[in-house]
Ligand binder design. Sequence first.
Ligand SMILES: O=C(O)CCC(=O)C(=O)O
Ligand SMILES: [Fe+2]
Length: 313
Amino acid sequence: MSKPAIPTVDLTPFFTAGDETGRKRAKDTIAEACTDYGFFQIVNHGVPLDLMNQALDLSKTFFNYSDDVKRESSPGPDAPLPAGYNKQPDHSPDKNEYLLMFPPESPFNVLPDNPPDFKKTMEDMFKYFVKTSQILEGIINECLGLPSNFLKEYNNDRSWDFMVTLRYQPGTETDTNGITEHEDGNIFTIVLQEDIGGLEVFKNGEWIPVIPSNGTLVVNISDVIQVLSNKKFKSATHRVVRPKGRSRHSYVYFHSLRGDKWVEPLPEFTKEIGMEAKYKGFYFKDYQALRMRNKTHPPSNPEDIIRISHYEI
Ligand SMILES: O=C(O)CCC(=O)C(=O)O
Ligand SMILES: [Fe+2]
C-alpha cells in the first residue's frame, strides 16, 4: 500500500475576496493536518515561482564556491548572533552547510556579494515569506477558534524571524542523515525544498516523505503553537534524509516570536474547557537559549537534548 500523502492546500481564496467556500475548505484541511501531525503543503501562496527557482539556483552557485570564499561570509568569533555562512561541525550527525539571515534590515546580517543578485534574491525571498506567513498565521488563528487577530497582536514584532538556505552533502551507503529528527521551536516554519526531496514527517507512527512539486511550499507547525493550543495542534516531528548521489538545497523560513513574549497554554484550551495546562509557561528567549545550547554544547546522551517536553507538566 502506498504511504499516505501530505495534503496540499490552495491559498488562492485568501488572496481574493468572496470565496468563503474555498476558504472554509482550506481551513478544514489545515485544521485536520495540524491536529494530527502538524504538516501540510501550500500552493498559490504568493511567493513567485521565478523567484523561488532563481533563489535555489543562486544558492547552488554560492555553495559550489571554495570554503575560503564561503567563509568570507561567516559570522566573526564575537558576533552576537549566528548570521552568515556556517558548516555543521564534523562531530555533528547533521551533514549540511547553511547561510542564515535575519530580516533584511537587521544590522547582524552577513550576506555574500557573489553571486551577483544573491543578496537581493535572499532579501526578496524573506519579504515574501513574511507576507505568506502573516496570511498563514491568520488562518491558523481561525482554525484554532481564537479571537479575531489574536495571534497577529500577540506576535506583532518580526525582528526574531530568520531564514536559512541549506546545502546537504549527498548521502552515502552508510550515512544518509541530513538533519536528525526534531521539532522546530518557533511558531511555524515554511520550507522550499528542491525537486530531489528528502524532507520527511512522522505521521501515525511512520516516516512519510514529503514529495516535492514545483511551486509548492511545505509548512510545519512548531512548538509555540503546540504550547499555546495546549497540544491541540501538534509541533511536527520531521527530519531530512540526504538523497544519494546529489546535493540537496532548500530554503527554510522560521516565523518566530519576540524573545520577551510569555508562552503558555491559552485559557481557550485550558480553564475555559475544563482542561489542565499541559505546559508550564516560559519566556520564548529562555527556550531559544536552551535550544542554542543543545547545538553549542551537545549533551553526550541524545535523550538529554532539550525539547518542548522540558516544560511539560
Ligand atoms: O532543509 C529542509 O528541508 C528542512 C530543514 C529543517 O527542518 C530545519 O532547518 O529545521
Ligand atoms: Fe526543522
